[in-house]
Ligand binder design. Structure first.
Ligand SMILES: [Zn+2]
Length: 240
C-alpha cells in the first residue's frame, strides 16, 4: 500500500469513527430513557401523595368505628342501668336524654362512614393504578436499557476494530505526512485529503491551471492543494 492510499484510507476510517461516535451519543434509547425516568419520578411522587391520603382515610374510618363502638357501648350501659331497677321520673328523663344524645352521635358516625368508605375505595383504586403504571414504566426502562446496551455494544466493538485499523494505517505513513494530516483534519473538520481527478481536486474542485497541473503531476504523489491547502494526492484512483 502506498502512503497516498494509506492517507485516503486513514481519512475514511477517521470519518467513520466520527460518525460512530455521533451515533453512539444519539441512540434513540438515550432520549427514551430520560423520558421514562421523568415519568417514573412523576408517578412516584403521585403515588406517595395517594398513599398518604389513603392512610388518612383508613385512620378516619378507624376513628369513626372506634367512636361508634364507644357510643354503642355507652348506650348499652345506660340502657342496662335504666332497666336494672325502678327509677324516679327525673332519673328516667335523664336516661332518655342521654340515650337520645348517644343515638344522635351514633347516627352521625354511621352517616360519616359511608362517604369515608367511598373515599378510601377511590384512593385504593388510584393507588393500584399508580402501582401498575410504575411497574409498566420499570419494565419499559429495563427493556430500553438492554436495547441501548445491545446497540451500543455493536457500535463500541466497531469503534475498537476501526481504531486498530487506524493504527495499522498510520504505521504506513511518514511522521511528516501524518502530522500534516492531523493538522488538516482539525482545520477541515475531517476532510483533510483530496485526490486529483483529471485536473480538478476532489474536495475543493478548483480547476488547476495547466502549468500548476504539469508541476504537480511531475512532483510528489502526496503534496498540498495550492487552493485549499488540503493534502492533495496527485495520482488518479487505481494508478498508484
Ligand atoms: Zn483543494
Amino acid at each position: 500500500m502506498t502512503e497516498a492510499t494509506a492517507l485516503l484510507d486513514l481519512q475514511d476510517v477517521d470519518l467513520r469513527l466520527l460518525r460512530l461516535a455521533s451515533s453512539l451519543a444519539s441512540l434513540p434509547q438515550q432520549k427514551r430513557l430520560k423520558t421514562i425516568d421523568l415519568a417514573r419520578k412523576k408517578v412516584a411522587s403521585e403515588l406517595s401523595g395517594i398513599v398518604g391520603k389513603r392512610k388518612d382515610a383508613e385512620m378516619e374510618i378507624a376513628d369513626l368505628r372506634a367512636a361508634l363502638d364507644h357510643y354503642r357501648d355507652k348506650a348499652a350501659e345506660v340502657q342496662a342501668e335504666a332497666d336494672a331497677s325502678a327509677h324516679t321520673h327525673r332519673e328516667i328523663m335523664d336516661f332518655e336524654r342521654q340515650l337520645t344524645s348517644l343515638a344522635k352521635h351514633i347516627e352521625k358516625s354511621e352517616f360519616a362512614l359511608g362517604p369515608a368508605r367511598d373515599r378510601l375505595g377511590r384512593l385504593e383504586r388510584a393507588e393500584r393504578n399508580a402501582r401498575l403504571t410504575s411497574e409498566r414504566l420499570e419494565a419499559e426502562r429495563e427493556a430500553t436499557q438492554s436495547s441501548l446496551d445491545a446497540d451500543s455494544r455493536s457500535l463500541r466493538s466497531e469503534i475498537v476494530e476501526l481504531s486498530r485499523e487506524r493504527g495499522r494505517l498510520a504505521a504506513g505513513i511518514s511522521a511528516e505526512h501524518l502530522a500534516s494530516y492531523e493538522r488538516a483534519r482539525k482545520r477541515f473538520g475531517g476532510l483533510a485529503v483530496e485526490r486529483l481527478r483529471g485536473n480538478v481536486p476532489s474536495v475543493c474542485r478548483v480547476k488547476l491551471q495547466p502549468s500548476q497541473f504539469h508541476d504537480l503531476a511531475h512532483g510528489d504523489e502526496v503534496t498540498e492543494c495550492p487552493y485549499c491547502h488540503r493534502i492533495l494526492i496527485t495520482s488518479e484512483e487505481g494508478q498508484e
